[in-house]
Write a protein that binds this ligand. Structure first.
Ligand SMILES: O=c1[nH]c(=O)c2[nH]c(=O)[nH]c2[nH]1
Length: 300
């Protein structure tokens, strides 16, 4: 009989919005939570016996009940609580992986009573993935869709040229990307003090933004490394950072046909291409640590 391989199951994309009322000032948490469990699941696959199966519907209910019962302190904290619950409460479940996307909301200042109006932030989506096997924790946090641009301090030249190379060397170009990043924490067991997840997230985001802004770039690869290195150097709780950076090319438009010089000393007009795009991906590791974040971030 063919043998069952790796398997996992759970409820994906539970959309949880929690409003907390502090008098007339309200707070909002907006998450997309995916639960994935594995354990003694041979029988349900081989014979259809559901004796070991906690229904995916129950995992969904647990997400909502925990949001009410325990609150959502941070995406990581919420994921840790859920993972611990599934693994410790069900003998047939040996491993839980919780993936969370968090959408940001900003307050709209209004002149009416109370603070209860919000606008979705156009910035990044925050990400967290928590994996627990009853013994060891792995927490990988990150973000996606954080779009950044430097309008100077970027060059690209001195590259390999073959008979297909047409790219002109650039000594002053736009460097733009939409940052997708993941970082792995070295917190792995309950005896270690837990990081302050929100503080860590905010600081890590500031470090990667500062490194992007402050690096005089000779390639997006160099900028990527500077972003990762700055995080490793400043955040002791993080051992590994991986980025996937699409190079959002901006091409100077040829305006000669219209008798216009482009660029001029103080103005330039670009065509912002959406595809194809260069895709620059790399991991930056703390010395002596092993990589754990998969090469393809869509697999995380
Ligand atoms: O920063 C860059 N890195 C590359 O590898 C590359 N390749 C390319 O065509 N443009 C760029 N820019």
């Amino acid at each position: 009989m063919p043998i069952l391989g790796q398997n996992q199951y759970g409820k994906a994309e539970n959309r949880v919005v929690k409003i907390t009322r502090d008098g007339t000032t309200h707070h909002i948490k907006d998450l997309n939570v995916s639960v994935s469990l594995s354990g003694d699941m041979d029988e349900v696959h081989y014979s259809g016996s559901n004796a070991n199966v906690l229904p995916t519907d129950t995992t969904k209910n647990t997400v909502y009940a925990f949001a009410k019962e325990h609150g959502i302190e941070s995406a990581e904290q919420f994921g840790i609580r859920l993972a611990r619950h599934f693994v410790t409460s069900q003998p047939s479940i040996h491993r839980a992986r919780i993936r969370i996307e968090e959408y940001g909301w900003e307050r709209i200042e209004n002149s009416g009573e109370g603070e209860h109006s919000f606008v979705r932030t156009g910035q990044e989506t925050r990400l967290a993935q928590i994996t627990y096997d009853g013994d060891t924790w792995e927490v990988v946090s990150g973000l996606t869709d954080l779009t950044v641009l430097n309008s100077t301090n970027s060059e690209f030249w001195g590259y390999v040229k073959d008979k297909y190379t047409t790219l002109p060397e650039a000594y002053d170009r736009i460097l733009a990307t939409s940052v997708s990043g993941r970082w792995r924490f070295n917190w792995s067991d309950d005896d270690q003090p837990m990081p302050d997840w929100d503080e860590s997230y905010e600081q890590t985001k500031q470090h990667l933004l500062r490194a992007f802004a402050e690096t005089y770039s000779l390639s997006l690869q160099q900028t990527l490394h500077a972003m990762g290195a700055r995080i490793i150097d400043h955040r002791a709780e993080i051992d590994e950072v991986r980025f996937s950076l699409p190079n959002r090319h901006h091409f100077l438009v040829d305006l000669e046909p219209f008798g216009l010089k482009n660029p001029t000393a103080d103005e330039a007009v670009y065509f912002a291409a959406d595809r194809p795009y260069g895709l620059i991906e790399a991991t930056v590791l703390r010395d002596g640590c092993e990589a754990g974040i998969p090469a393809d971030l869509t697999n995380l």
